[in-house]
Every structure is written in structure tokens, then in C-alpha cells.
Design a protein around this ligand. Structure first.
Ligand SMILES: *Cc1c(COP(=O)(O)O)cnc(C)c1O
Length: 726
């Protein structure tokens, strides 16, 4: 057994004694050889554990491990995976090292309240977390010395059940630590890393866990220690679960505890990247450190500005945390330290009045203290400049310092296994390295029959998954027959399948497609041209409006008028998302413009040859090329109701005139010759541009490089294979 091994596990056979190490490094989840190690280890368990190798190793009988240790085919996979893993962790030759040859001991810190890396680590709610997780993975692929900082959340985000009348029920499960790919973080001195954070007049202890993702390390904070009072143990138990008071304390722990955890681990970041305002208290702790070393408030603030990067993610006001000053002041009471005499000056950095009186605003704090700020699409950058105009009273609108770095997705994580095999054949075995954007042009070489074969297979694979889930629910939970039906058991494996999966909330308009039920019914039930809709997504526990939308969609799934062609898959998570973005035929996205800052699920779909049918908001305003999907454009209207009606009409018209006819126009070989060019263009245009490969490079070039140079390190511009700027 290796020292980083799994506790409580019998010794592994010697020949495969690094299998636990592989299971504990989530790098396995996007490396095809490493994935195959665990698929092959025991395929039934692989599926039964929803791809959790840590749990698999605990459940496998020793005899089975002995057997694979003698299986040459298994050993070949195992050896290849480890041959890839070691250089991933330690190689000094990478995209990053060509630009920043020497920065020994320095790192990039990336703070986020959630990270979506794998379903076995339930510390995420949705898009924000997926972005953070995909960045960590890409950072490893590109060789960045990235250290993520977030929360452990032993109860994670809630699990969703839907009652017979469609009302969302929330339940929290306690993480089984033995099944999670985490280990205690150990300081350079060899001790388990535990730091303290002053909260009000008390001190809370924070344990630090470590997750490995190839080169990237992720540190997760957890107050669930015996030494803490019961209420303090609960502070980091759940993601977005508490009230305002819990929230402000969580954010103090993330900001102040996060900096302390990095220090305890011996880290010395050059760049401090705040993903959303939740982590903005990082600047407080850093200024305090500097002031204690003798710098002035102004000098400390200038240094923080020079080295802080901030990404803002939403134009929806409720997406930005604000607190009453008194609440912030009282919980920070013990944090002021030497900063005490500057308390007023610090609090004013967060001062913001959005019309309902001044509050302490985490986004305002981040905007005022980060030297580089970015929004997550070009459209969103414009919206952000307007939305936060009072922060830069002097600047003309186009001078307000907000960069646009459009979001992306991590290719290795989101591409379907079967489609990856086709890419291997036609794009060349090194397509995963994405060295050359032009390689995606070779998607045009994939023969129609082969491309269609994969698309059909992926749809059937999704419907198998949906049916098995419904069967399990029925068998295990004895849900009523209606719920079995609503879960998608009547879906047709050959019908045009439209997916809609994302958080249920007002601005995403989940019910838009039901605006005219009769017209929709004609589309879904057309003879020989059936169309079906698969929905999934959670509403935030406090968002009753979102729950009502969910309930209405659920009632449509139960409505005989739609004949079983509308389904709702419950408990949307990364696992469900993989099946949906890979297995549908069309990905529907109809937010109220311009409220979708970027959106990423449509990128995942397009990468898999599932064209986007979307409002021209967020990334689609840049991504739509005319032949890679469809643009829903109802035009501009003075009021919401008129906009919604026009967008719905535009959506129906696209379905009736373009989408359904192209899908069902088959030749003698039953191939949809008009459809497949759209599939190819979706892949070809999205894969080189809307991935974390392009995005992380832009972060480095536009956002990190100035801080790196200002710290006295050499940063060399990329030449040659420049990333394509969208
Ligand atoms: C990609 C993803 C999201 C984000 O979807 P959007 O379309 O950007 O809202 C949310 N949840 C999960 C599980 C995802 O995989």
C-alpha cells in the first residue's frame, strides 16, 4: 500500500498496487486509458457505483483483484494509465512551461464556492461549479501550477425527488467518506492541515482536504470537526443551504480560511483568481498579512489589485451576494487584527447601493480590488459594464475595465466514449491534445453512416439509462405508475429527442415550449415524425417560482395529450448531464435575453454532435454560424409577454420548418443527409472555440500574465498556434 492509499482497504496485489492511487486521482475521469482500467475492472460495479472507483475498490472481493492482477489485457491498460499519470503530474514540458519557464514554488490560486469534478464528489450545484471543475482539469492538461480552494460540504447539494403532483422535494445525504476521492491535506511539516478562522468573538477550526486532478490540487475546507461547536460544524455542511447569516460566515471561511490553508500548505500564489464574489474576503486576509508586515493600507490594496483576478458570472441581481453592513462587521469582528484602524476603509470597498439602500456587496468588493475583471461572454461583458457602472464613475462605458473571456467546456470530460473512438479514427489519435484547431475540420471526413450510427447509439444509450432509472425508482421507492411514466418510460428510441436540462428558474423560461399546447402537440405527435422532450434540472430550494415552473413541466409529462413524449428526469447531476448532452438530438436553450451570461450545456451538446436550438444569448451570440444549429429570434418587443409569445412562435416555426424535416428526411439507406451536415458543423465550429483549452489560454494571456510579469517573472507570448479568439 502506498501512503496516499485508501484507508481500511486490504493490501492490493503487488502488481497493481498503485490502483488506489489511480482511483484517488480524478484525472482518471478524463483519461481514456485510466477510465478503461476501471470499466474493465468490473463493468457491473462500474455502472452500479455510477463510476466511482474508490467505492469499487472497497466493494471488490480480493479474489477478483487477484484475478485482474494476472490478466494481461487489464495489466496493459493499467500500465498505460500510470505511464500517462506520472508525467501529467510532474512534467516540466507543457504549454505553460513554454510561456513561464521559471516560477519555482509559485502557483495560481483559484477560489470557488463549488467545484463540479465528478459525481462521486457532490460539492457543486450547477454551471458555476462545472466551469470551476473544467478549469481545474484543463489547468492540469496545460501544465498550470493551479491550486483550487473550495468547500468539502459533507452533505453536498440536495437530492431532488418530485412528488406525484410535481412538487420538488429536497433531501440531503451524508457523504460516505470512505467512498469519496479525498484525503486529508498534509502540511510540508507532515501534519494534517487544520487552520483557524475568527468568526465574531469565537474561533472556528477548519480542516483541509485534498483532491488530486493530475497536476492540479484542490483544497477543500471543512468545519465539521469535533472541536467546533455543533452549529459551527454545520457551517460548511451544505452548499447554498443556509440563511444570510450562514452565508456570510461561509464566505469568511472561504476567503480568510482559504488564504490561511494555502499558507499552511506552503503555497505562495502569484495570481489569486476569485471565481464569483463568494470568495472576495480573500482580499481582506491578504491585505491584513501585508499590513502586519508593515505596509500601508494603500500599498497593500495596490499589491492586491496587481495580483487579483475576478470573474463575474451573472447579470441576475439575486446572483450577487449582499449583506447588511452590521452583519459583516459583527462576523468579521475577530478578523480585523492590525487592519482594525482601517475597518471603515475596508468596509467601504464593499459599499454598494443597487436602489434598495446601501449594503455590503461581495461583487462590488471584488470589482474594486481585482486588477483584472472578466465577464463570461462578449455580450455579458457589455451587460456587466452597464450593470456596475457606478463602480467606475469616471470611465466612459467602453472604458470600464471588464474583459470578455467566453466560457468553455473540458473536451476530455464531455465527449462521449463512443464518439471519441470515431474521433480516434478520423481526427487522428492525438486529437485529445488539441494542438491544432484545424484538426476539427477532419470531422467532415467522418462518413454519414458512421456518424449517424454513433448518434443513434448515444440516443438509445440515453433512453436505456432513463428507463433503468425509472425501473429502479419503481422497485426501490414504490413510486406510483404516473411517476414511472413521467420519468420517460414511453420515450421512443428512434424519435427526434430534444433536451432541456439546467437549473429551473424564471429567466431560463422552462415552460416556453408549452406556450401553445395544441401546436406543440401537433409537432410531438406528427405521424411518422415523432418528437419528444426530455427535461431535467433542480430549482434552488428557496426559489418557489422555479419550483412552480418545474411543477408545470412535470404536469405536462403526465398529460395524455402529449402521449408520453414529454419526460422529466429527476435529480439532475453530472452523471445525468453526461447522458443527456450526449444522447439527445437537439439541445434547447431559451433564456430571456440577456440574462444567460454564457451557458455551457449547449457547448457540451454541440461537441457531441447535438446541435443547439437557442436564443442568441450568452455564448450562442458568438457561436451561431448559420449552419451549426438554429437561432430562436422572436425580435425585440416592449414587454415580457410579447417577447415570450414571439420567441415561442419563432421556436415552433423553426421546429416545424427546419428541425423536424431535416431530421426525418431520410434517403434509401435511412440516413438523414440534411441532418448530418448540421451535426458535423456543430462539432467543427464549437470544439475549437468553446472549450476550456481556448478559455484557460485566454485567462493566462489576458488575465494572469500582467500579474506574473509584475512579480518579476518572464512571460513569453504564445507564438504560432495561437488560440482562436472568438
Ligand atoms: C453544464 C451543467 C450545467 C450548466 O448548464 P447551463 O446550460 O449552462 O445552465 C448545470 N448543471 C450540470 C450538472 C451541468 O453539467
Amino acid at each position: 500500500m502506498t501512503t496516499i492509499g485508501l484507508s481500511g482497504l486490504d493490501a492490493l496485489p503487488r502488481r497493481i498496487d498503485r490502483l488506489d492511487e489511480l482511483a484517488l486521482d480524478l484525472w482518471w475521469s478524463w483519461n481514456p486509458h485510466a477510465r478503461n482500467v476501471f470499466r474493465r475492472l468490473d463493468y457491473t460495479l462500474w455502472r452500479a457505483t455510477a463510476h466511482n472507483p474508490v467505492r469499487m475498490l472497497r466493494l471488490l472481493p480480493p479474489a477478483e483483484l487477484e484475478a485482474v492482477a494476472r490478466d494481461p489485457a487489464f495489466l496493459d491498460l493499467y500500465d498505460r494509465a500510470l505511464r500517462d499519470l506520472d508525467p501529467t503530474r510532474t512534467s516540466t514540458k507543457s504549454w505553460w512551461s513554454e510561456r513561464v519557464p521559471a516560477m519555482p514554488g509559485r502557483s495560481i490560486a483559484y477560489f470557488s464556492a463549488e467545484f463540479a469534478i465528478h459525481q462521486s464528489l457532490p460539492i457543486y450545484a450547477g454551471g458555476l461549479g462545472v466551469l470551476a471543475g473544467d478549469i481545474c482539469k484543463e489547468a492540469s492538461d496545460l501544465g498550470l501550477p493551479l491550486l483550487g480552494v473550495g468547500f468539502m460540504y459533507p452533505q453536498g447539494y440536495f437530492h431532488q425527488q418530485v412528488s406525484a403532483d410535481g412538487w420538488q422535494q429536497e433531501s440531503y445525504e451524508r457523504l460516505n467518506w470512505a467512498d469519496a476521492p479525498v484525503t486529508p491535506a498534509v502540511t510540508p511539516g507532515g501534519r494534517p492541515c487544520v487552520v483557524t478562522v475568527p468568526l465574531g468573538s469565537r474561533t472556528v477550526k477548519v480542516a483541509v482536504w485534498r483532491v488530486r486532478l493530475g497536476r492540479t490540487k484542490l483544497y477543500l475546507l471543512d468545519t465539521g470537526l469535533e472541536e467546533n461547536a455543533p452549529w459551527d460544524r454545520e457551517l460548511t455542511a451544505r452548499l447554498y443551504g443556509g440563511d444570510t447569516e450562514t452565508r456570510v460566515q461561509q464566505e469568511i471561511i472561504l476567503g480568510i480560511g482559504g488564504v490561511r490553508a494555502l499558507r499552511a500548505m506552503g503555497a505562495n500564489p502569484v495570481v489569486w483568481h476569485l471565481n464569483e464574489g463568494h470568495a472576495a474576503f480573500v482580499v481582506l486576509q491578504r491585505m491584513r498579512e501585508m499590513i502586519e508586515q508593515g505596509r500601508s493600507f494603500e500599498a497593500a490594496l495596490a499589491e492586491v489589485r496587481r495580483t487579483t483576478v475576478f470573474t463575474t458570472h451573472t447579470p441576475v441581481p439575486a446572483g450577487h451576494d449582499t449583506f447588511p453592513f452590521q452583519l459583516v462587521d459583527s462576523h468579521l469582528a475577530g478578523c480585523w487584527g492590525t487592519l482594525g484602524s482601517h475597518r471603515e476603509a475596508f468596509l467601504s470597498l464593499g459599499h454598494y447601493d443597487n436602489g434598495s439602500g446601501p449594503r455590503f456587496n461581495m461583487t462590488a468588493l471584488a470589482l474594486r480590488t481585482a486588477g483584472r475583471v472578466n465577464a463570461v461572454s462578449r455580450l455579458h461583458a457589455g451587460v456587466t459594464r452597464d450593470m456596475w457602472a457606478p463602480i467606475w464613475p469616471e470611465a466612459a462605458p467602453d472604458q470600464r475595465p471588464v474583459h470578455a473571456v467566453t466560457n468553455g467546456i473540458h473536451v476530455g470530460t464531455w465527449v462521449a466514449h463512443r464518439l471519441g473512438l470515431v474521433f480516434d479514427r478520423y481526427l487522428g489519435g492525438d486529437w485529445r491534445d488539441q494542438r491544432d484547431d484545424a484538426l476539427w475540420d477532419r470531422v467532415l471526413d467522418i462518413p454519414d453512416a458512421e456518424l449517424w450510427g454513433v448518434r443513434q447509439e448515444l440516443r438509445r444509450y440515453l433512453l436505456d439509462f432513463i428507463r433503468e432509472r425509472a425501473r429502479q425508482r419503481w422497485a426501490d421507492e414504490r413510486v406510483g405508475a404516473g411517476r414511472v411514466l413521467a420519468a420517460g418510460t414511453l420515450l421512443d428510441p428512434n424519435a427526434l429527442t430534444i433536451g432541456f436540462a439546467r437549473r429551473f428558474t424564471e429567466y431560463k423560461r422552462p415552460e416556453l415550449i408549452f406556450t401553445d399546447p395544441a401546436r406543440l402537440g401537433r409537432i410531438l405527435n406528427a405521424p411518422k415524425r415523432p418528437v419528444q422532450l426530455v427535461f431535467a434540472g433542480k430549482a434552488h430550494p428557496a426559489d418557489d417560482g422555479g419550483k412552480h415552473h418545474l411543477q408545470h413541466v412535470y404536469q405536462r409529462a403526465l398529460d395524455a395529450a402529449f402521449a408520453g413524449r414529454v419526460a422529466f428526469v429527476d435529480d439532475y447531476d453530472l452523471h445525468v448531464a453526461h447522458f443527456l448532452v450526449q444522447g439527445c438530438d437537439v439541445w434547447l436553450n431559451n433564456p430571456r435575453k440577456p440574462l444567460e451570461a454564457s451557458g455551457t450545456s449547449g457547448m457540451k451538446a454541440a461537441l457531441n454532435g447535438v446541435p443547439h436550438l437557442s436564443i442568441g444569448d450568452g455564448w450562442w451570440a458568438e457561436g451561431y454560424s448559420g449552419d451549426n444549429g438554429w437561432l430562436i429570434d422572436g425580435g425585440e418587443h416592449p414587454d415580457r409577454a410579447a417577447t415570450d409569445a414571439a420567441d415561442a412562435d419563432a421556436l415552433y416555426t423553426l421546429l416545424e420548418r427546419d428541425v423536424v424535416p431535416a431530421f426525418y428526411d431520410r434517403d434509401r439507406d435511412d440516413l438523414p443527409r440534411r441532418w448530418l451536415p448540421i451535426v458535423r458543423q456543430a462539432i467543427r465550429t464549437v470544439a475549437p472555440r468553446f472549450t476550456t483549452r481556448r478559455m484557460v489560454k485566454e485567462y493566462v494571456e489576458q488575465m494572469y500574465a500582467p500579474a506574473i510579469r509584475a512579480s518579476g517573472y518572464k512571460y513569453t507570448e504564445e507564438t504560432g498556434d495561437r488560440p482562436v479568439s472568438p
